[in-house]
Design a protein around this ligand. Structure first.
Ligand SMILES: Cc1cc2nc3c(=O)[nH]c(=O)nc-3n(C[C@H](O)[C@H](O)[C@H](O)COP(=O)(O)O)c2cc1C
Length: 324
């Protein structure tokens, strides 16, 4: 086996740096990278798991999946495919993936650029819906990971809104769940994680109320004039409900989110309906018991002239990436 060159290691390191920008539940950034001479290992950081909202670690693994996919996108922008071994060691389940540089491929930086443009946009979107062609493209982005996209049809929106409202009410009544939200929305500047009021918006005018992610302080992002009438609600559906599927759903979430960003659309996830088990089971029954909902996402056209959402803070590479 030839010794990997300096450039190869640098490219993998750069990919892990790009992956710092990956979205995660409550911006917990529950991962750690360890570089070695020829590859990077992605580890789940269980100290950042949410005991109330995410006792099984499904949202933690979804978040790790977004980081993994971001790193793969960055490698592709450098002109390489990624060679990934997912959950390679049954004895060490927190070793999420091992990432190596694969054979070279034509550089593609469209999704890479989207890494730095993407934000969680919780504001109501415009009345104009995303085109059917783009929704089809998003479906294909998700299917690349053997995950399926179910676009909630207009006739089912009221039921979906009721499911979201019910999940929110359950979370409000549950001290453990409430504590998680409070803990991760009141982090200090030095922590460089968590959700801050400047990326959270009051409800504005819309059918599906946004999650209250600023319980301790007033939210500071103006909702703007949108009314969410063109918004598409999509559910990512997995075939089985195992950790490997949660990881795949995270990769699919990253892929669909970067793709829609590259097309000028915006999105924000809705994970309450997954966190509250009876609601998750009710959604599953809705699909006739076939497939499992992994996460929901609202997708829309930003209102014309809307200011960009400020970028959410991230931990630094020195905190997250271990050198060889
Ligand atoms: C698995 C997962 C679940 C999330 N759930 C929600 C949610 O229910 N509501 C919400 O507003 N944002 C949700 N988010 C978005 C995160 O809060 C967001 O990614 C994080 O705060 C970082 O901000 P950014 O995406 O703008 O970089 C979720 C993200 C992930 C990856």
């Amino acid at each position: 086996m030839t010794k990997p060159g300096r450039a190869e290691i640098d490219q993998i390191a750069e990919a892990t740096i790009a992956a710092l920008r990956a979205p995660s539940i409550l911006n917990t950034q529950p991962w750690r990278w360890q570089l070695s001479s020829a590859h990077a290992e992605l580890w789940a950081d269980r100290t950042r798991q949410l005991p109330g909202l995410d006792p099984d670690g499904r949202l933690l693994l979804l978040s790790c999946g977004t980081a993994l996919h971001h790193a793969m996108v960055a490698l592709r922008a450098a002109g390489f495919t990624a060679h990934v071994e997912r959950r390679p060691d049954p004895a060490r389940p927190d070793l999420v993936a091992r990432l190596r540089r694969g054979p070279s491929a034509p550089p593609d930086d469209e999704l890479y650029r989207a890494i730095y443009q993407r934000r969680t946009d919780r504001r109501p979107f415009a009345d104009e819906p995303p085109t059917a062609a783009v929704v089809e493209e998003l479906r294909m982005a998700v299917e690349r990971h053997a995950v399926h996209l179910y676009a909630v049809p207009p006739g089912e929106l009221t039921a979906f809104a009721a499911a979201v409202a019910h999940a929110s009410a359950v979370e409000y009544d549950d001290a453990g769940m409430r504590d998680d939200v409070l803990a991760w929305t009141t982090r200090t500047r030095d922590d460089r994680d968590g959700v801050t009021p400047r990326s959270v918006t009051p409800p504005g005018r819309r059918t599906i109320a946004p999650r209250n992610l600023s319980p301790a302080r007033p939210s500071a992002l103006a909702p703007g004039p949108g009314q969410d009438r063109g918004t598409v609600y999509a559910i990512l559906v997995i075939d089985t409900d195992e950790p490997r599927d949660w990881l795949a759903a995270g990769e699919a979430l990253s892929d669909v989110w970067l793709t829609l960003t590259a097309r000028g659309l915006a999105a924000s996830p809705i994970s309450e309906v997954i966190e509250v088990e009876p609601v998750r089971q009710a959604l599953r029954r809705h699909f006739g018991g076939v497939g499992f909902p992994a996460i929901a996402l609202r997708i829309g056209v930003p209102v014309t002239g809307a200011d960009p959402v400020p970028p959410a803070v991230r931990r630094s590479g020195t905190d997250v990436i271990g050198l060889p």
